[in-house]
Design a protein around this ligand. Sequence first.
Ligand code: 13P
Length: 258
Amino acid sequence: MSSRKKLIAGNWKMNKTSSDGVSLVAELVATIGKQSEVEVVVCPPFTALESAAKALDGSTLKLGAQNMHFEASGAFTGEVSAPMLRALFATHVILGHSERRALFGETDALVNKKVLAALKNQLRPILCVGETLAEREAGSTLSVVQTQLEAGLEGVGKDQAASMVIAYEPVWAIGTGKVATTEQAQEVHAFIRGLLTKHFTDVVAQKIRILYGGSMKPANAPELLAQKDIDGGPIGGASLEARSFVELVKAAAAVAVL
Ligand code: 13P
């Protein structure tokens, strides 16, 4: 069995005011705030980060952001930097989410700059990769994932690589209720693990968590999370309610002790 701790990350996207976020985090702290079998990260929008940080203080829950700029400070209207996130005790940052790529024009080169800046500031990047439906149907899933992964990891040293988290999120499965089959997901995860082995070493690749994201729900999570190379998931819709998110954490814990 793998020694990698499962990681469940709630990506709230553009949902919840600061006070709504505090209520959700308070419910999570009350139910799963002491467990440590699974690494649990909540990623609220920027405006709810500080209040969420206070609400989860003293629990095992961790805080992540959904994006950041690669520079530390300066004339970048509307942007937020890694040191600003660190000052709020964030430990993780989602980078290169397909919504950022598709709706905000983020390129592999930009995502790479963000990855390097996050690592430099001791933030763990959750680097997202994944193909569109058209790319899958054209048979180019693995080459798309390879390009995004290799470009995103350019310049990341072997010593830093274990801090990375990779998220495979097929675009066609995000928010659609269409989940990848366990075979489809495991195939891509094993492929990513192989690339990480080539890029770093086997020892390092075995330490890197590879998450599956895309309509993960309590009903489909146990089977996905039981796959050899699926080490958790970034959760969109099901992270917005305590009940479903807690069930997902429990599903990950159940697999972890098998
Ligand atoms: P859904 O769980 O809503 O499909 O979103 C997945 C996602 O984008 C996580 O980052």
